[in-house]
Design a protein around this ligand. Sequence first.
Ligand SMILES: [Zn+2]
Length: 221
Amino acid sequence: MKNSWKPSIVIGITLLFNACSSLPNTNSQLKASLDKEYQHIVDANIIKAAHDKQLATFGGADKGKAGNKRLTVIVKKLVAASNIGGKTIIPILLNSPIVNAYSLGSHSNIAYVYVTTGLLKFVKNDAQLASVIAHEIAHIYLSHHIQRQENSAHKFNQKQELQADKYSVKWLKAAGYNQYEAVYLLKSLNVFQSQYALENQADYPSNDDRIKQLLELIKTS
Ligand SMILES: [Zn+2]
């Protein structure tokens, strides 16, 4: 894997030196752009490695056509509605009975949203599934994964969770999904919480706190 990105860095450095000789005054700008490019390459590899680890740890990818198509269509609709641009969101269906969803984001242009086959069975309709996916895309859009890494935290904090809900409700509406299904899903998760865990559900904010905020947001959106 190392070998696959090393040549790109060499090219980057070569460009910097070439450009430096004719544009000495923009040295710091070029250094910043090289740093950015370097970070981008490093992150692309880190996220690929993290993705491979996720697949290996959580049951591997499920190849079921119907399930994968369902995820792809929802992600496409939400990305179009959210106008987040710049990032490619890759949905991955994990072959696991646990009801779960989460995401991987970084400085890289590629981000992953994971949904288990367990969650696919648990949701009552596409709008409920879309509410979970929109929440994860919001974490990616808001750079929460990068902040979490910088804080050496294992979980998103309360503020980040509520912030992700705020964006997801907006995008659900723009994509034509019933926003109230986000609330209904959290309510049914409350019932199953002792048995199953959706990403961060076991911690604060409680589902009740999230439901309260969602209802306020839907009313004013
Ligand atoms: Zn979350």
